[in-house]
Ligand binder design. Structure first.
Ligand SMILES: Cc1cc2nc3c(=O)[nH]c(=O)nc-3n(C[C@H](O)[C@H](O)[C@H](O)COP(=O)(O)O)c2cc1C
Ligand code: SF4
Length: 458
């Protein structure tokens, strides 16, 4: 198939992309068809109006740095990279009066299993990231920025480079933007595919050309970031949300979602659904509605469990998940999990949870950077224990040992990868302990037996 045929197929089915009309009130993915990523189409969709607005280029007085930050605070925008930290508050930490160089960095490393939203944003709407970064740079008095893009999506990096060229030629980047005193140089840089380079300080090390390993914090990047200078780092989707907020106001964005959970969020829905893909919906949308948009559980099977926010978020059983809404507070307080990066992995009743955890644990053992002993050794222990249980060689003591190893990793490492490896283990043991016990006692998965029974009789 050539590119044109692939685009047509995506447009017709919406599968694995954002080209479908199964979004609710979209802001970032609105009106995209795969071909209209260029600057003229972006401007026709209202693009760069927010940058013009803050610089006073549309007849208005413009916005001060404080006004931009206040608007972002009012919007309730929370970082879309995983932790959900309030964006306006983060921007206010930047020491604006610092006399030397300050940096702005976009985190487009997107390595969390299940997450595939940032690549669609950069490929099909790259100018919204550029405009969002320019607005952020203006608000924090920053003149140089970088977008660090995951190394395994090189065509996305090339697309972003092409968009940067367009923005420079149109005068939206560079010196004295639109005749103002604001100057901002933005560059793209690509990594080489290591998950750990998504952790913000490892990303900075990699951007500096060093081995991508996390730094001890504090100091935090706001005071000691890229090349030791004050730096603000945000996720791609976070920057992409900013132009809409400036155009329409902080209150309008907040009202799109829920209190403390403003705006829309892009969810990458994968696993056992009819239509896997990216879905942009308001924060607070019921999970049941999101599942419906994604075509429901594949083959009409029964929902068993959901990993609601990327592979590091604890699994939530079906019954509980169907009562939750898709926002930071509901998933954390009522579901005991995390919204994380918004990667929703749906599992039907044929899935063996021991097997699922073995796959996840292998990933974390593989991606540990090896600096801290609890993570370097512990992630390997977790994987080997789950692997032997899965293969019918588990011991009765393994379940308590798994819980103990996970507990000893958590909170004892330089970065959160250790926690990310431990949390899925604890989540699986909390909700699906009986599957681990069954496999240890009977040397075979109870789920495979059940699934066969369903197939035989169904
Ligand atoms: C192991 C690990 C991997 C991460 N990967 C990503 C990533 O791929 N993209 C991302 O934006 N944030 C990632 N983060 C979170 C970043 O460290 C950081 O919090 C985020 O980029 C801040 O942006 P935000 O405030 O807009 O969410 C990761 C964190 C950890 C611990
Ligand atoms: S927790 Fe793991 S990934 Fe993070 S710094 Fe330590 S060894 Fe590296």
């Amino acid at each position: 198939m050539n590119v044109e045929q692939i685009l047509n197929q995506f447009q017709a089915t919406g599968v694995e992309s954002c080209f479908h009309d199964r979004h609710i009130n979209p802001q970032i993915y609105a009106g995209l068809n795969g071909r209209n990523w260029g600057i003229q189409d972006y401007e026709a969709r209202g693009g760069y109006a927010a940058l013009r607005k803050i610089l006073g280029k549309d007849g208005g007085e413009g916005l001060t740095q404080d006004q931009v930050i206040a608007t972002v605070k009012e919007s309730g925008l929370r970082g879309r990279g995983g932790a959900g930290f309030p964006t306006g508050l983060k921007w206010s930490f930047m020491p604006r009066q610092f006399p030397g160089q300050k940096y702005l960095v976009c985190n487009s490393d997107e390595g969390e299993p299940g997450t595939c939203k940032d690549r669609d944003i950069m490929e099909y709407n790259p100018h919204t990231v550029i405009e969002g970064m320019a607005i952020a740079a203006y608000a924090m008095g920053i003149s140089v920025g970088y977008n660090y893009i995951h190394g395994e999506i090189f065509h996305t990096y090339e697309r972003f480079e092409a968009a940067l060229e367009e923005a420079r030629a149109a005068g939206y980047l560079g010196n004295n933007i639109m005749g103002s005193s604001f100057s901002f140089q933005l560059h793209a840089s690509h990594g080489f595919g290591a998950y750990i380079c998504g952790e913000e300080t490892a990303l900075l090390e990699s951007l500096e050309g060093k081995k991508g390993q996390p730094r001890f914090k504090p100091p935090f990047p706001a005071s000691f970031g890229l090349y030791g200078k004050p730096t603000t780092i945000n996720n791609t989707e976070t920057f992409a949300a900013v132009p809409w907020i400036i155009r329409n106001g902080g209150q309008a964005y907040l009202e799109c979602g829920k209190p403390n959970n403003g705006g829309t969020k892009i969810f990458s829905v994968s696993g056992d659904v009819e239509r896997p893909g990216n879905y942009e919906v308001p924060m607070g949308t019921p999970f049941a509605k999101l599942l419906e948009l994604a075509g429901g559980v594949r083959g009409g099977r029964q929902l068993k469990a959901v990993i609601p926010g990327g592979s590091s978020s604890p699994v939530v059983p079906a019954e509980l998940m169907m009562k939750l809404t898709m926002d930071y507070d509901s998933i954390a307080k009522e579901g005991g999990s995390m919204l994380g990066s918004g990667a929703v992995i749906v599992m039907d009743d044929t899935r063996c949870m021991v097997k699922a955890l073995a796959r996840l644990s292998y990933f974390y053992a593989h991606e540990s950077c090896g600096q801290c002993t609890p993570c370097r050794e512990g992630t390997g222990w977790l994987w080997r224990m789950v692997d032997r249980i899965e293969h019918g060689q588990g011991r009765a003591s393994d379940i308590d040992m798994l819980d103990s190893v996970a507990g000893n990793i958590m909170g004892r490492t330089i970065c959160a990868l250790g926690d990310a490896a431990a949390m899925p283990v604890r989540g699986m043991l909390k909700h699906f302990r009986h599957e681990f016990v069954h496999l240890i006692e009977h040397k075979t998965s109870m789920v495979n037996a059940d699934a066969t029974a369903v197939k035989t009789h169904g």
